[in-house]
Design a protein around this ligand. Structure first.
Ligand code: ZN
Length: 133
């Protein structure tokens, strides 16, 4: 029996993969990954919030140089998912300014990163352009 594990613990796999954020119960600020206190208001109570899987590119950088073994260029972006900022790469489109633009509508996508010796597949995520409607 093999399985899949998400690369980061805030990526929730399943029929409809999505990101899960910790939302401050006091001010509503959202964070990815474990936090002991809210960076915004210092409260310590969090609730789990499901992040929208569709978003808009708010900022991006075309990365031309990276560590050995990392394919370049790639597009590192900040995506606004219905008010939650998500840092992720833009995938499934050519990494150039003609195909990646500010305000572009994108959607969450997941992809396998590799399989370990136990047969467990690691799953990463990125955002791809939304299909034309
Ligand atoms: Zn807060």
């Amino acid at each position: 029996m093999t399985g899949q594990v998400p690369l980061v613990d805030y990526l929730v796999l399943g029929d409809q993969p999505h990101l899960s954020a910790n939302e401050c119960t006091q001010c509503g600020a959202r964070f990815f990954g474990r936090r002991n206190a809210c960076a915004n208001c210092s409260a310590t109570e969090f609730a789990t919030a499901t992040v929208a899987t569709e978003g808009i590119v708010r900022a991006f950088t075309i990365v031309a140089f990276a560590a050995p073994g990392v394919p370049v260029p790639f597009v590192a972006a900040v995506v606004d998912c219905d008010g939650t900022s998500v840092r992720a790469n833009i995938v499934n489109t050519p990494p150039d300014p003609e195909h990646v633009t500010l305000g572009m509508k994108v959607q969450l996508t997941t992809f396998p990163l590799g399989v370990d010796t136990a047969g467990v597949e690691a799953i990463g995520f990125g955002f791809e352009p939304q299909p034309a409607k």
